[in-house]
Design a binder for this molecule. Structure first.
Ligand code: B12
Length: 153
Protein backbone atom coordinates (compact mmCIF):
# COMPACT_ATOMS: atom_id res chain seq x y z
CA UNK A 1 0.00 0.00 0.00
CA UNK A 2 1.17 3.55 -0.78
CA UNK A 3 1.73 6.45 1.57
CA UNK A 4 -1.24 8.13 -0.09
CA UNK A 5 -3.51 5.89 1.96
CA UNK A 6 -2.62 7.74 5.10
CA UNK A 7 -3.56 11.02 3.46
CA UNK A 8 -7.29 11.25 3.22
CA UNK A 9 -8.25 11.51 -0.43
CA UNK A 10 -7.78 14.35 -2.92
CA UNK A 11 -8.52 17.10 -0.44
CA UNK A 12 -5.87 15.76 1.93
CA UNK A 13 -8.42 15.12 4.67
CA UNK A 14 -11.74 13.42 5.12
CA UNK A 15 -14.50 15.94 5.72
CA UNK A 16 -17.09 14.23 7.88
CA UNK A 17 -19.88 16.52 6.60
CA UNK A 18 -19.13 15.93 2.94
CA UNK A 19 -20.50 12.88 1.15
CA UNK A 20 -17.47 10.76 0.22
CA UNK A 21 -17.15 10.48 -3.53
CA UNK A 22 -15.70 7.87 -5.85
CA UNK A 23 -15.12 7.74 -9.58
CA UNK A 24 -15.82 4.30 -11.03
CA UNK A 25 -15.39 2.67 -14.42
CA UNK A 26 -13.59 0.08 -16.52
CA UNK A 27 -10.37 1.29 -18.05
CA UNK A 28 -9.14 1.21 -21.62
CA UNK A 29 -11.07 -1.04 -23.98
CA UNK A 30 -12.58 -3.15 -21.25
CA UNK A 31 -16.30 -3.72 -21.82
CA UNK A 32 -17.13 -5.84 -18.77
CA UNK A 33 -19.76 -3.81 -16.95
CA UNK A 34 -21.48 -6.30 -14.63
CA UNK A 35 -18.90 -5.89 -11.86
CA UNK A 36 -18.92 -2.10 -11.85
CA UNK A 37 -22.72 -2.06 -11.92
CA UNK A 38 -22.72 -4.07 -8.70
CA UNK A 39 -20.01 -1.89 -7.19
CA UNK A 40 -21.97 1.24 -8.08
CA UNK A 41 -25.07 -0.04 -6.37
CA UNK A 42 -23.15 -1.19 -3.29
CA UNK A 43 -21.19 2.04 -2.85
CA UNK A 44 -24.31 4.18 -3.28
CA UNK A 45 -26.10 2.05 -0.75
CA UNK A 46 -23.17 2.54 1.64
CA UNK A 47 -23.60 6.33 1.40
CA UNK A 48 -21.01 7.22 -1.23
CA UNK A 49 -21.57 9.55 -4.15
CA UNK A 50 -20.57 7.64 -7.28
CA UNK A 51 -19.40 9.31 -10.47
CA UNK A 52 -20.15 6.31 -12.65
CA UNK A 53 -18.30 6.44 -15.95
CA UNK A 54 -19.33 3.01 -17.25
CA UNK A 55 -17.11 1.06 -19.65
CA UNK A 56 -14.25 1.95 -22.02
CA UNK A 57 -12.95 4.85 -19.97
CA UNK A 58 -9.64 6.53 -20.80
CA UNK A 59 -7.24 7.37 -17.97
CA UNK A 60 -7.73 11.09 -18.56
CA UNK A 61 -11.49 10.70 -18.26
CA UNK A 62 -11.08 9.15 -14.82
CA UNK A 63 -8.90 12.09 -13.83
CA UNK A 64 -11.23 14.77 -15.23
CA UNK A 65 -14.18 13.22 -13.43
CA UNK A 66 -12.20 13.07 -10.20
CA UNK A 67 -11.34 16.76 -10.49
CA UNK A 68 -14.89 17.77 -11.36
CA UNK A 69 -16.38 15.89 -8.43
CA UNK A 70 -13.50 16.50 -5.97
CA UNK A 71 -13.44 12.75 -5.56
CA UNK A 72 -11.76 10.94 -2.70
CA UNK A 73 -10.90 7.87 -4.74
CA UNK A 74 -10.75 6.46 -8.24
CA UNK A 75 -11.88 2.85 -8.54
CA UNK A 76 -10.64 1.16 -11.69
CA UNK A 77 -12.03 -2.13 -12.90
CA UNK A 78 -10.38 -4.31 -15.52
CA UNK A 79 -11.40 -7.82 -16.47
CA UNK A 80 -9.83 -8.37 -19.87
CA UNK A 81 -6.21 -8.71 -18.76
CA UNK A 82 -4.78 -5.48 -20.16
CA UNK A 83 -4.77 -3.49 -16.94
CA UNK A 84 -1.03 -3.11 -16.68
CA UNK A 85 -0.92 -1.43 -20.10
CA UNK A 86 -4.05 0.66 -19.61
CA UNK A 87 -2.95 1.91 -16.18
CA UNK A 88 0.61 2.79 -17.13
CA UNK A 89 1.38 6.27 -15.78
CA UNK A 90 -2.01 6.75 -14.16
CA UNK A 91 -0.55 7.78 -10.80
CA UNK A 92 1.79 10.27 -12.49
CA UNK A 93 -1.10 11.73 -14.47
CA UNK A 94 -3.06 12.15 -11.24
CA UNK A 95 -0.13 14.01 -9.72
CA UNK A 96 0.18 16.28 -12.77
CA UNK A 97 -3.55 17.05 -12.49
CA UNK A 98 -3.16 18.13 -8.86
CA UNK A 99 -4.55 14.88 -7.47
CA UNK A 100 -1.38 13.65 -5.80
CA UNK A 101 -3.21 12.30 -2.79
CA UNK A 102 -6.22 10.73 -4.44
CA UNK A 103 -6.73 7.09 -3.52
CA UNK A 104 -6.37 4.67 -6.40
CA UNK A 105 -7.99 1.25 -6.13
CA UNK A 106 -8.05 -1.42 -8.80
CA UNK A 107 -9.75 -4.81 -9.11
CA UNK A 108 -10.93 -7.41 -11.56
CA UNK A 109 -8.87 -9.95 -13.51
CA UNK A 110 -5.76 -7.89 -13.87
CA UNK A 111 -3.32 -10.07 -15.77
CA UNK A 112 -3.53 -12.69 -18.50
CA UNK A 113 -0.49 -14.71 -17.50
CA UNK A 114 -0.76 -17.05 -14.52
CA UNK A 115 1.26 -15.05 -12.04
CA UNK A 116 1.07 -15.58 -8.33
CA UNK A 117 -1.27 -13.05 -6.71
CA UNK A 118 1.49 -11.43 -4.57
CA UNK A 119 3.43 -10.72 -7.77
CA UNK A 120 0.39 -9.10 -9.38
CA UNK A 121 -0.32 -7.10 -6.25
CA UNK A 122 3.27 -5.88 -6.13
CA UNK A 123 3.17 -4.91 -9.79
CA UNK A 124 0.15 -2.67 -9.34
CA UNK A 125 1.41 -1.35 -6.03
CA UNK A 126 4.59 -0.27 -7.83
CA UNK A 127 2.37 1.50 -10.35
CA UNK A 128 0.95 3.62 -7.55
CA UNK A 129 -2.26 1.84 -6.62
CA UNK A 130 -3.18 2.03 -2.95
CA UNK A 131 -5.28 -1.11 -2.93
CA UNK A 132 -5.32 -3.99 -5.37
CA UNK A 133 -8.10 -6.56 -5.34
CA UNK A 134 -8.05 -10.14 -6.64
CA UNK A 135 -10.80 -11.54 -8.88
CA UNK A 136 -14.16 -11.94 -7.22
CA UNK A 137 -13.61 -9.40 -4.44
CA UNK A 138 -16.88 -8.51 -2.74
CA UNK A 139 -17.90 -4.83 -2.74
CA UNK A 140 -18.12 -4.82 1.06
CA UNK A 141 -14.38 -5.41 1.27
CA UNK A 142 -13.56 -2.30 -0.76
CA UNK A 143 -16.22 -0.24 1.03
CA UNK A 144 -14.73 -1.12 4.40
CA UNK A 145 -11.21 -0.39 3.15
CA UNK A 146 -12.20 2.98 1.72
CA UNK A 147 -14.00 4.02 4.89
CA UNK A 148 -10.89 3.06 6.79
CA UNK A 149 -8.55 4.92 4.40
CA UNK A 150 -10.73 8.04 4.63
CA UNK A 151 -10.92 7.89 8.39
CA UNK A 152 -14.68 7.28 8.31
CA UNK A 153 -14.72 4.09 10.36
C1 B12 B 1 -19.62 -11.67 -19.38
C2 B12 B 1 -18.22 -11.73 -19.97
C3 B12 B 1 -18.00 -11.05 -21.16
C4 B12 B 1 -19.06 -10.23 -21.88
C5 B12 B 1 -19.12 -8.85 -21.18
C6 B12 B 1 -20.52 -8.24 -21.27
C7 B12 B 1 -20.56 -6.91 -20.57
N1 B12 B 1 -20.87 -5.88 -21.31
O1 B12 B 1 -20.31 -6.83 -19.39
C8 B12 B 1 -18.49 -10.17 -23.31
C9 B12 B 1 -19.04 -11.36 -24.10
C10 B12 B 1 -18.75 -8.90 -24.10
C11 B12 B 1 -17.00 -10.41 -23.05
C12 B12 B 1 -16.03 -10.04 -23.94
C13 B12 B 1 -14.69 -10.33 -23.76
N2 B12 B 1 -14.16 -11.08 -22.76
CO1 B12 B 1 -15.10 -11.59 -21.26
N3 B12 B 1 -15.95 -12.49 -19.75
C14 B12 B 1 -17.18 -12.44 -19.29
C15 B12 B 1 -17.27 -13.35 -18.04
C16 B12 B 1 -17.93 -14.67 -18.51
C17 B12 B 1 -18.06 -12.82 -16.87
C18 B12 B 1 -17.66 -11.41 -16.40
C19 B12 B 1 -18.73 -10.91 -15.44
O2 B12 B 1 -19.67 -10.24 -15.84
N4 B12 B 1 -18.61 -11.33 -14.14
C20 B12 B 1 -19.61 -11.02 -13.12
C21 B12 B 1 -19.20 -9.78 -12.31
C22 B12 B 1 -20.28 -9.48 -11.27
O3 B12 B 1 -17.99 -10.09 -11.63
P1 B12 B 1 -16.66 -9.29 -11.83
O4 B12 B 1 -16.66 -8.57 -13.11
O5 B12 B 1 -15.54 -10.20 -11.52
O6 B12 B 1 -16.72 -8.15 -10.70
C23 B12 B 1 -16.76 -8.44 -9.32
C24 B12 B 1 -15.38 -8.51 -8.66
O7 B12 B 1 -14.35 -8.99 -9.50
C25 B12 B 1 -15.13 -7.14 -8.16
N5 B12 B 1 -14.45 -6.14 -8.98
C26 B12 B 1 -14.37 -6.00 -10.32
N6 B12 B 1 -13.70 -4.88 -10.61
C27 B12 B 1 -13.35 -4.28 -9.45
C28 B12 B 1 -12.68 -3.09 -9.17
C29 B12 B 1 -12.49 -2.72 -7.83
C30 B12 B 1 -11.77 -1.44 -7.53
C31 B12 B 1 -12.97 -3.54 -6.79
C32 B12 B 1 -12.81 -3.15 -5.38
C33 B12 B 1 -13.63 -4.73 -7.08
C34 B12 B 1 -13.82 -5.08 -8.40
O8 B12 B 1 -16.40 -6.62 -7.85
C35 B12 B 1 -17.41 -7.23 -8.67
C36 B12 B 1 -18.59 -7.57 -7.78
O9 B12 B 1 -18.21 -8.48 -6.77
C37 B12 B 1 -15.77 -13.54 -17.67
C38 B12 B 1 -15.40 -14.85 -16.99
C39 B12 B 1 -15.49 -14.76 -15.50
N7 B12 B 1 -15.86 -15.84 -14.90
O10 B12 B 1 -15.17 -13.72 -14.89
C40 B12 B 1 -15.09 -13.38 -19.03
C41 B12 B 1 -13.67 -12.85 -19.08
C42 B12 B 1 -13.49 -11.70 -18.11
N8 B12 B 1 -13.57 -12.35 -20.43
C43 B12 B 1 -12.41 -12.57 -20.97
C44 B12 B 1 -12.02 -12.19 -22.28
C45 B12 B 1 -10.67 -12.66 -22.75
C46 B12 B 1 -12.86 -11.43 -23.09
C47 B12 B 1 -12.57 -10.93 -24.50
C48 B12 B 1 -11.15 -10.37 -24.70
C49 B12 B 1 -12.87 -12.10 -25.45
C50 B12 B 1 -12.55 -11.84 -26.90
N9 B12 B 1 -11.50 -12.48 -27.37
O11 B12 B 1 -13.20 -11.03 -27.53
C51 B12 B 1 -13.64 -9.87 -24.72
C52 B12 B 1 -13.14 -8.48 -24.28
C53 B12 B 1 -14.16 -7.44 -24.61
C54 B12 B 1 -13.73 -6.11 -24.04
N10 B12 B 1 -13.47 -5.16 -24.92
O12 B12 B 1 -13.65 -5.97 -22.84
C55 B12 B 1 -11.48 -13.30 -20.03
C56 B12 B 1 -10.40 -12.38 -19.44
C57 B12 B 1 -9.10 -13.15 -19.24
C58 B12 B 1 -8.02 -12.37 -18.54
N11 B12 B 1 -8.23 -11.31 -17.79
O13 B12 B 1 -6.91 -12.81 -18.67
C59 B12 B 1 -12.50 -13.90 -19.00
C60 B12 B 1 -11.94 -14.09 -17.59
C61 B12 B 1 -12.95 -15.27 -19.59
C62 B12 B 1 -11.83 -16.28 -19.58
N12 B12 B 1 -11.80 -17.18 -18.60
O14 B12 B 1 -11.00 -16.29 -20.42
N13 B12 B 1 -16.83 -11.01 -21.85
Amino acid sequence: MNDAVTQKGSTGMADAKRQPTIVLGTIGLDAHVAGISILRWAFERAGFRVAYLGALVLPNEFISAARETAADAILVSSLYGMARIDCEGLRAKCREAGLANILLYIGGILVTDPEEWPKTEQLFSDMGFDRIYPPGTKPETAIADLKCDLGLS
